[in-house]
Design a protein around this ligand. Structure first.
Ligand SMILES: Cc1cc2nc3c(=O)[nH]c(=O)nc-3n(C[C@H](O)[C@H](O)[C@H](O)COP(=O)(O)OP(=O)(O)OC[C@H]3O[C@@H](n4cnc5c(N)ncnc54)[C@H](O)[C@@H]3O)c2cc1C
Length: 406
Protein backbone atom coordinates (compact mmCIF):
# COMPACT_ATOMS: atom_id res chain seq x y z
CA UNK A 1 0.00 0.00 0.00
CA UNK A 2 1.39 3.44 -0.83
CA UNK A 3 1.31 6.48 1.45
CA UNK A 4 -1.57 7.85 -0.62
CA UNK A 5 -4.08 5.19 0.37
CA UNK A 6 -3.69 5.35 4.14
CA UNK A 7 -5.19 8.04 6.35
CA UNK A 8 -2.93 8.02 9.40
CA UNK A 9 -4.29 9.06 12.79
CA UNK A 10 -1.25 11.30 13.23
CA UNK A 11 1.65 12.33 11.02
CA UNK A 12 4.61 13.78 12.88
CA UNK A 13 6.70 16.29 10.93
CA UNK A 14 10.33 15.88 12.02
CA UNK A 15 12.23 13.03 13.67
CA UNK A 16 14.19 15.03 16.25
CA UNK A 17 13.79 14.61 20.01
CA UNK A 18 10.30 16.17 19.98
CA UNK A 19 8.99 14.10 17.07
CA UNK A 20 10.49 10.84 18.27
CA UNK A 21 9.20 11.28 21.84
CA UNK A 22 5.76 12.03 20.38
CA UNK A 23 6.05 8.97 18.13
CA UNK A 24 6.90 6.69 21.06
CA UNK A 25 3.94 7.93 23.10
CA UNK A 26 1.48 7.67 20.20
CA UNK A 27 2.66 4.19 19.28
CA UNK A 28 2.35 3.13 22.92
CA UNK A 29 -1.24 4.36 22.75
CA UNK A 30 -1.79 2.20 19.63
CA UNK A 31 -2.36 5.18 17.29
CA UNK A 32 -1.58 4.73 13.62
CA UNK A 33 1.39 7.10 13.40
CA UNK A 34 3.86 8.09 10.69
CA UNK A 35 7.03 10.14 11.30
CA UNK A 36 8.49 12.00 8.31
CA UNK A 37 11.92 13.64 8.17
CA UNK A 38 13.83 15.32 5.37
CA UNK A 39 17.18 14.04 6.66
CA UNK A 40 18.89 10.99 5.28
CA UNK A 41 20.10 9.85 8.69
CA UNK A 42 18.33 10.23 12.03
CA UNK A 43 20.19 12.62 14.33
CA UNK A 44 22.67 13.68 11.66
CA UNK A 45 23.93 16.33 11.22
CA UNK A 46 23.41 17.35 14.82
CA UNK A 47 22.80 21.01 15.59
CA UNK A 48 23.59 20.66 19.25
CA UNK A 49 26.25 20.61 21.97
CA UNK A 50 24.58 17.42 23.25
CA UNK A 51 24.41 18.28 26.98
CA UNK A 52 21.50 16.74 28.90
CA UNK A 53 21.05 16.99 32.67
CA UNK A 54 19.92 14.13 34.93
CA UNK A 55 16.58 15.77 35.58
CA UNK A 56 15.58 15.09 31.95
CA UNK A 57 16.60 11.45 32.21
CA UNK A 58 14.20 11.22 35.17
CA UNK A 59 11.37 13.18 33.53
CA UNK A 60 11.57 11.13 30.34
CA UNK A 61 12.30 7.85 32.20
CA UNK A 62 15.51 7.30 30.23
CA UNK A 63 18.33 5.10 31.48
CA UNK A 64 21.73 6.40 30.34
CA UNK A 65 23.35 3.94 27.98
CA UNK A 66 27.10 4.24 27.27
CA UNK A 67 26.34 3.81 23.55
CA UNK A 68 24.80 7.30 23.48
CA UNK A 69 25.41 8.87 26.92
CA UNK A 70 29.12 9.08 26.23
CA UNK A 71 30.51 11.47 28.86
CA UNK A 72 29.49 11.78 32.50
CA UNK A 73 29.28 15.40 33.63
CA UNK A 74 29.81 16.25 37.30
CA UNK A 75 29.58 20.03 37.19
CA UNK A 76 30.06 23.28 35.36
CA UNK A 77 32.74 25.95 35.24
CA UNK A 78 31.64 29.51 34.47
CA UNK A 79 34.50 31.62 33.10
CA UNK A 80 34.49 35.41 33.52
CA UNK A 81 36.01 37.70 30.86
CA UNK A 82 39.20 38.18 32.96
CA UNK A 83 39.88 34.42 33.01
CA UNK A 84 38.70 33.89 36.61
CA UNK A 85 36.18 31.08 37.06
CA UNK A 86 33.47 29.75 39.35
CA UNK A 87 33.41 25.96 39.53
CA UNK A 88 30.42 23.91 40.65
CA UNK A 89 31.45 20.27 40.82
CA UNK A 90 29.81 17.35 42.58
CA UNK A 91 31.16 13.87 43.29
CA UNK A 92 28.39 12.16 41.34
CA UNK A 93 27.26 12.81 37.78
CA UNK A 94 24.71 15.56 37.21
CA UNK A 95 24.15 14.80 33.53
CA UNK A 96 25.74 13.56 30.32
CA UNK A 97 27.05 14.70 26.99
CA UNK A 98 25.30 12.56 24.40
CA UNK A 99 26.25 11.16 21.03
CA UNK A 100 23.04 12.59 19.63
CA UNK A 101 23.11 10.57 16.47
CA UNK A 102 23.05 7.38 18.53
CA UNK A 103 20.59 8.80 21.05
CA UNK A 104 18.04 9.72 18.40
CA UNK A 105 18.50 6.37 16.68
CA UNK A 106 17.79 4.74 20.04
CA UNK A 107 14.54 6.74 20.30
CA UNK A 108 13.66 5.93 16.67
CA UNK A 109 14.20 2.20 17.24
CA UNK A 110 11.95 2.33 20.30
CA UNK A 111 9.25 4.20 18.34
CA UNK A 112 9.46 1.75 15.43
CA UNK A 113 9.38 -1.32 17.71
CA UNK A 114 6.23 0.04 19.29
CA UNK A 115 4.62 0.35 15.84
CA UNK A 116 5.42 3.87 14.55
CA UNK A 117 6.41 4.08 10.89
CA UNK A 118 9.41 6.28 10.05
CA UNK A 119 10.32 7.57 6.58
CA UNK A 120 13.53 9.53 5.90
CA UNK A 121 14.42 11.74 2.94
CA UNK A 122 10.78 12.83 3.01
CA UNK A 123 10.57 16.63 3.00
CA UNK A 124 7.15 18.15 3.59
CA UNK A 125 6.70 20.96 1.07
CA UNK A 126 3.00 21.70 1.40
CA UNK A 127 0.25 21.08 3.95
CA UNK A 128 -3.44 21.77 3.66
CA UNK A 129 -6.54 20.72 5.55
CA UNK A 130 -9.79 19.83 3.83
CA UNK A 131 -12.90 18.31 5.40
CA UNK A 132 -11.02 17.46 8.60
CA UNK A 133 -8.14 15.68 6.85
CA UNK A 134 -4.63 17.06 6.40
CA UNK A 135 -2.88 16.35 3.11
CA UNK A 136 0.89 16.72 3.01
CA UNK A 137 2.84 17.05 -0.21
CA UNK A 138 6.19 15.43 0.38
CA UNK A 139 9.32 15.53 -1.73
CA UNK A 140 10.73 12.00 -1.85
CA UNK A 141 14.04 11.73 -3.68
CA UNK A 142 13.13 12.91 -7.21
CA UNK A 143 9.32 12.94 -7.02
CA UNK A 144 6.43 14.21 -4.88
CA UNK A 145 4.02 12.03 -2.91
CA UNK A 146 0.90 12.83 -0.89
CA UNK A 147 0.30 11.64 2.66
CA UNK A 148 -2.94 12.05 4.60
CA UNK A 149 -3.69 12.18 8.31
CA UNK A 150 -6.40 13.20 10.71
CA UNK A 151 -3.90 15.48 12.38
CA UNK A 152 -0.28 16.60 12.29
CA UNK A 153 2.18 17.27 15.11
CA UNK A 154 4.69 19.82 13.81
CA UNK A 155 8.07 18.92 15.36
CA UNK A 156 10.09 20.33 12.46
CA UNK A 157 12.53 22.38 14.51
CA UNK A 158 13.52 26.01 14.35
CA UNK A 159 13.01 26.21 10.57
CA UNK A 160 9.42 25.00 11.09
CA UNK A 161 7.11 25.68 8.18
CA UNK A 162 4.52 22.96 8.61
CA UNK A 163 2.45 24.75 11.28
CA UNK A 164 2.58 27.93 9.22
CA UNK A 165 1.34 26.02 6.17
CA UNK A 166 -1.67 25.09 8.32
CA UNK A 167 -2.31 28.67 9.41
CA UNK A 168 -0.53 28.93 12.78
CA UNK A 169 2.11 31.61 13.02
CA UNK A 170 5.25 30.09 14.58
CA UNK A 171 7.80 32.53 13.13
CA UNK A 172 10.78 33.46 15.29
CA UNK A 173 11.79 37.05 15.80
CA UNK A 174 15.42 38.09 15.68
CA UNK A 175 15.43 39.46 19.24
CA UNK A 176 14.50 36.06 20.68
CA UNK A 177 16.82 33.97 18.52
CA UNK A 178 20.47 33.05 19.04
CA UNK A 179 22.89 32.09 16.28
CA UNK A 180 24.80 28.93 17.15
CA UNK A 181 28.04 27.73 15.59
CA UNK A 182 30.07 24.76 16.75
CA UNK A 183 33.02 22.50 16.04
CA UNK A 184 33.39 19.01 17.35
CA UNK A 185 37.13 19.10 18.03
CA UNK A 186 39.61 16.41 18.88
CA UNK A 187 43.18 16.27 20.16
CA UNK A 188 42.43 19.17 22.51
CA UNK A 189 43.29 19.67 26.18
CA UNK A 190 43.48 22.12 29.06
CA UNK A 191 39.97 21.78 30.53
CA UNK A 192 38.38 19.58 33.18
CA UNK A 193 36.64 16.80 31.22
CA UNK A 194 34.17 16.15 34.05
CA UNK A 195 32.62 19.61 33.63
CA UNK A 196 30.78 21.73 31.10
CA UNK A 197 32.67 24.99 30.52
CA UNK A 198 30.99 28.30 29.70
CA UNK A 199 32.87 31.48 28.81
CA UNK A 200 31.15 34.85 29.17
CA UNK A 201 31.91 38.40 28.11
CA UNK A 202 30.90 41.00 25.59
CA UNK A 203 34.09 40.53 23.60
CA UNK A 204 33.83 36.74 23.80
CA UNK A 205 30.15 36.16 22.95
CA UNK A 206 27.76 39.14 23.06
CA UNK A 207 24.45 38.09 24.66
CA UNK A 208 25.55 34.51 24.91
CA UNK A 209 28.51 32.32 25.71
CA UNK A 210 31.16 30.04 24.30
CA UNK A 211 31.08 26.46 25.51
CA UNK A 212 33.28 23.42 25.75
CA UNK A 213 31.15 20.32 26.31
CA UNK A 214 33.59 17.40 26.70
CA UNK A 215 32.87 14.23 24.75
CA UNK A 216 35.29 11.43 25.55
CA UNK A 217 39.04 11.71 25.88
CA UNK A 218 40.40 14.89 24.27
CA UNK A 219 37.29 15.42 22.14
CA UNK A 220 34.63 18.05 22.79
CA UNK A 221 31.91 20.19 21.28
CA UNK A 222 33.35 23.70 21.20
CA UNK A 223 30.71 26.22 20.22
CA UNK A 224 29.13 29.60 20.59
CA UNK A 225 25.65 31.12 20.83
CA UNK A 226 25.19 34.86 20.34
CA UNK A 227 22.17 37.09 19.83
CA UNK A 228 21.12 36.72 16.19
CA UNK A 229 21.07 40.52 15.78
CA UNK A 230 24.65 40.93 17.06
CA UNK A 231 26.46 40.24 13.78
CA UNK A 232 24.58 43.05 12.01
CA UNK A 233 25.90 45.46 14.67
CA UNK A 234 29.46 44.19 15.14
CA UNK A 235 30.06 42.81 11.62
CA UNK A 236 31.40 39.62 13.22
CA UNK A 237 29.34 36.45 12.88
CA UNK A 238 29.15 33.57 15.36
CA UNK A 239 31.90 31.67 13.51
CA UNK A 240 34.11 34.76 13.60
CA UNK A 241 33.76 35.14 17.37
CA UNK A 242 34.40 31.43 17.90
CA UNK A 243 37.44 31.24 15.61
CA UNK A 244 39.17 34.23 17.17
CA UNK A 245 38.57 32.83 20.68
CA UNK A 246 39.85 29.34 19.80
CA UNK A 247 42.98 30.91 18.31
CA UNK A 248 43.81 32.28 21.78
CA UNK A 249 43.36 28.96 23.63
CA UNK A 250 46.64 27.03 23.85
CA UNK A 251 44.87 23.68 24.43
CA UNK A 252 42.49 24.14 21.49
CA UNK A 253 44.18 26.06 18.72
CA UNK A 254 46.11 23.07 17.37
CA UNK A 255 43.19 20.66 17.67
CA UNK A 256 41.45 19.10 14.70
CA UNK A 257 37.87 19.76 13.70
CA UNK A 258 35.91 16.57 13.03
CA UNK A 259 32.44 18.11 12.57
CA UNK A 260 30.99 21.56 11.91
CA UNK A 261 27.48 22.44 13.11
CA UNK A 262 25.42 25.59 12.80
CA UNK A 263 21.87 26.49 13.71
CA UNK A 264 19.49 28.96 15.26
CA UNK A 265 18.21 28.63 18.81
CA UNK A 266 14.84 30.10 19.88
CA UNK A 267 15.54 31.62 23.29
CA UNK A 268 12.25 33.31 24.15
CA UNK A 269 9.24 34.54 22.23
CA UNK A 270 7.03 31.76 23.55
CA UNK A 271 3.99 31.11 21.37
CA UNK A 272 0.56 32.05 22.65
CA UNK A 273 -1.04 29.36 20.56
CA UNK A 274 0.41 25.98 19.65
CA UNK A 275 -2.80 24.19 18.72
CA UNK A 276 -5.40 24.47 15.98
CA UNK A 277 -7.81 22.13 14.22
CA UNK A 278 -5.83 19.01 13.17
CA UNK A 279 -2.57 20.52 14.45
CA UNK A 280 -0.24 20.64 17.48
CA UNK A 281 3.28 22.07 17.62
CA UNK A 282 6.16 20.84 19.83
CA UNK A 283 9.89 21.31 20.41
CA UNK A 284 11.90 24.07 18.74
CA UNK A 285 9.03 24.55 16.30
CA UNK A 286 7.02 25.75 19.32
CA UNK A 287 10.00 27.74 20.72
CA UNK A 288 10.28 25.25 23.61
CA UNK A 289 13.84 26.03 24.69
CA UNK A 290 15.38 27.18 27.96
CA UNK A 291 16.00 30.90 27.36
CA UNK A 292 19.00 31.09 29.68
CA UNK A 293 21.30 28.36 28.34
CA UNK A 294 19.54 27.43 25.09
CA UNK A 295 19.07 23.77 26.04
CA UNK A 296 16.10 22.21 24.28
CA UNK A 297 16.56 18.42 23.97
CA UNK A 298 14.72 17.56 27.20
CA UNK A 299 12.09 20.27 26.79
CA UNK A 300 11.42 19.12 23.21
CA UNK A 301 10.95 15.51 24.31
CA UNK A 302 8.64 16.53 27.13
CA UNK A 303 6.66 18.81 24.77
CA UNK A 304 6.46 16.05 22.15
CA UNK A 305 5.21 13.57 24.73
CA UNK A 306 2.56 16.01 25.96
CA UNK A 307 1.42 16.72 22.39
CA UNK A 308 1.08 12.97 21.83
CA UNK A 309 -0.97 12.55 25.01
CA UNK A 310 -3.37 15.26 23.85
CA UNK A 311 -3.44 13.73 20.35
CA UNK A 312 -4.34 10.35 21.83
CA UNK A 313 -7.41 11.93 23.41
CA UNK A 314 -8.36 13.21 19.95
CA UNK A 315 -7.87 9.73 18.47
CA UNK A 316 -10.03 8.21 21.19
CA UNK A 317 -12.77 10.81 20.76
CA UNK A 318 -12.37 10.79 16.96
CA UNK A 319 -12.43 14.58 17.24
CA UNK A 320 -9.45 16.44 15.82
CA UNK A 321 -10.83 19.95 16.24
CA UNK A 322 -9.63 22.57 18.72
CA UNK A 323 -12.40 21.32 21.01
CA UNK A 324 -10.17 18.37 21.90
CA UNK A 325 -6.75 19.69 20.89
CA UNK A 326 -7.31 23.20 22.29
CA UNK A 327 -6.23 22.30 25.85
CA UNK A 328 -2.65 21.70 24.72
CA UNK A 329 -1.15 25.19 24.82
CA UNK A 330 -2.49 25.80 28.32
CA UNK A 331 -1.32 22.38 29.52
CA UNK A 332 2.17 23.05 28.20
CA UNK A 333 2.41 26.40 29.95
CA UNK A 334 1.31 24.75 33.21
CA UNK A 335 3.79 21.92 32.75
CA UNK A 336 6.82 23.89 31.55
CA UNK A 337 6.11 27.18 29.77
CA UNK A 338 5.42 29.29 32.85
CA UNK A 339 8.73 28.21 34.41
CA UNK A 340 10.50 29.10 31.17
CA UNK A 341 8.80 32.51 31.13
CA UNK A 342 10.31 33.20 34.57
CA UNK A 343 13.69 32.11 33.26
CA UNK A 344 13.27 34.47 30.32
CA UNK A 345 12.91 37.34 32.79
CA UNK A 346 16.12 36.18 34.47
CA UNK A 347 17.84 36.09 31.11
CA UNK A 348 16.87 39.68 30.46
CA UNK A 349 18.32 40.60 33.85
CA UNK A 350 21.55 38.77 33.14
CA UNK A 351 21.88 40.69 29.89
CA UNK A 352 22.41 43.77 32.05
CA UNK A 353 25.66 42.37 33.50
CA UNK A 354 28.79 44.07 32.25
CA UNK A 355 32.12 42.31 31.83
CA UNK A 356 33.18 43.98 35.05
CA UNK A 357 30.17 42.48 36.86
CA UNK A 358 31.04 39.00 35.60
CA UNK A 359 34.64 39.47 36.78
CA UNK A 360 33.46 40.66 40.18
CA UNK A 361 31.09 37.69 40.59
CA UNK A 362 33.75 35.18 39.61
CA UNK A 363 36.06 36.62 42.24
CA UNK A 364 33.39 36.73 44.95
CA UNK A 365 31.83 33.27 44.95
CA UNK A 366 33.63 30.11 46.10
CA UNK A 367 33.14 26.66 44.57
CA UNK A 368 31.32 25.45 47.67
CA UNK A 369 28.92 28.39 47.58
CA UNK A 370 28.37 28.04 43.83
CA UNK A 371 27.57 24.34 44.24
CA UNK A 372 25.04 25.09 46.99
CA UNK A 373 23.39 27.75 44.81
CA UNK A 374 23.41 25.41 41.81
CA UNK A 375 22.08 22.27 43.54
CA UNK A 376 19.29 24.11 45.36
CA UNK A 377 20.47 23.23 48.88
CA UNK A 378 20.12 26.83 50.13
CA UNK A 379 16.79 28.25 51.27
CA UNK A 380 15.54 31.53 49.77
CA UNK A 381 16.62 33.53 52.81
CA UNK A 382 20.06 31.86 52.86
CA UNK A 383 20.56 32.82 49.20
CA UNK A 384 19.53 36.43 49.84
CA UNK A 385 21.93 36.55 52.79
CA UNK A 386 24.80 35.05 50.78
CA UNK A 387 24.39 37.48 47.87
CA UNK A 388 23.95 40.44 50.17
CA UNK A 389 27.20 39.65 51.97
CA UNK A 390 29.10 38.85 48.78
CA UNK A 391 27.86 41.74 46.70
CA UNK A 392 27.61 44.41 49.36
CA UNK A 393 29.75 46.73 47.27
CA UNK A 394 27.54 46.20 44.21
CA UNK A 395 23.92 47.07 45.03
CA UNK A 396 22.95 46.72 41.34
CA UNK A 397 24.12 43.11 41.38
CA UNK A 398 22.27 42.31 44.61
CA UNK A 399 19.03 43.38 42.93
CA UNK A 400 19.78 41.31 39.83
CA UNK A 401 20.84 38.21 41.74
CA UNK A 402 17.84 38.37 44.05
CA UNK A 403 15.52 38.28 41.05
CA UNK A 404 17.61 35.59 39.35
CA UNK A 405 18.00 33.07 42.15
CA UNK A 406 15.15 33.77 44.54
C1 LIG B 1 24.54 25.04 18.29
C2 LIG B 1 23.46 24.44 19.17
C3 LIG B 1 23.81 23.83 20.36
C4 LIG B 1 22.82 23.28 21.18
N1 LIG B 1 23.18 22.63 22.32
C5 LIG B 1 22.25 22.04 23.10
C6 LIG B 1 22.63 21.28 24.25
O1 LIG B 1 23.80 21.11 24.58
N2 LIG B 1 21.64 20.73 25.00
C7 LIG B 1 20.32 20.86 24.68
O2 LIG B 1 19.46 20.35 25.41
N3 LIG B 1 19.93 21.55 23.57
C8 LIG B 1 20.87 22.13 22.77
N4 LIG B 1 20.49 22.79 21.64
C9 LIG B 1 19.05 22.87 21.30
C10 LIG B 1 18.55 21.52 20.77
O3 LIG B 1 19.41 21.05 19.75
C11 LIG B 1 17.13 21.67 20.24
O4 LIG B 1 16.35 22.34 21.19
C12 LIG B 1 16.50 20.30 19.93
O5 LIG B 1 17.17 19.67 18.89
C13 LIG B 1 15.03 20.49 19.55
O6 LIG B 1 14.49 19.27 19.13
P1 LIG B 1 13.31 19.24 18.06
O7 LIG B 1 12.94 17.83 17.90
O8 LIG B 1 12.29 20.23 18.43
O9 LIG B 1 13.95 19.82 16.72
P2 LIG B 1 15.13 19.27 15.82
O10 LIG B 1 16.08 18.48 16.62
O11 LIG B 1 15.65 20.44 15.08
O12 LIG B 1 14.41 18.29 14.82
C14 LIG B 1 13.57 18.77 13.80
C15 LIG B 1 13.54 17.76 12.68
O13 LIG B 1 12.60 18.18 11.70
C16 LIG B 1 13.10 17.89 10.43
N5 LIG B 1 12.40 18.77 9.46
C17 LIG B 1 12.42 20.12 9.40
N6 LIG B 1 11.66 20.58 8.39
C18 LIG B 1 11.13 19.48 7.79
C19 LIG B 1 10.27 19.28 6.69
N7 LIG B 1 9.76 20.31 5.99
N8 LIG B 1 9.95 18.02 6.35
C20 LIG B 1 10.45 16.96 7.02
N9 LIG B 1 11.28 17.08 8.07
C21 LIG B 1 11.61 18.33 8.47
C22 LIG B 1 14.59 18.16 10.55
O14 LIG B 1 15.31 17.47 9.56
C23 LIG B 1 14.88 17.65 11.95
O15 LIG B 1 15.31 16.31 11.97
C24 LIG B 1 21.46 23.37 20.79
C25 LIG B 1 21.11 23.99 19.59
C26 LIG B 1 22.10 24.51 18.77
C27 LIG B 1 21.70 25.13 17.46
Amino acid sequence: MTGKEIVYDVIIAGAGPAGLAAGIELAKGKANVLILDRKQEIGCPKRCAEGLSNSWFNIMKLTPNPEWAVQKIKGAVLWAPNGKSVKMKDKKELGYVLERKMFEKHLAIEAAKLGAKILLKHQIIEAKRENGIVTLKVEVHDHVEEFKAKMVIACDGIDSLVARMLGLNTANNLKDTDSGYQYEMTNISGYDEDCLHMYFGNEVAPRGYIWIFPKRDGTANVGIGIGAYVSAETKINAKGYLDRWIEKQPGLKDGSIIEVNAGGIPVGGFLEKMDADNLLVAGDAGHMVDPIHGGGIGIAMEGGRLAAQVALKAVKANDYTSKTLGTYTKEWFTLRGNKLKTRLKSRHLLEHLSDDDFNYLAESITMDEALKIGNGSLSKSEKVMLFTIKLIKRPKLIAIMKKFFV
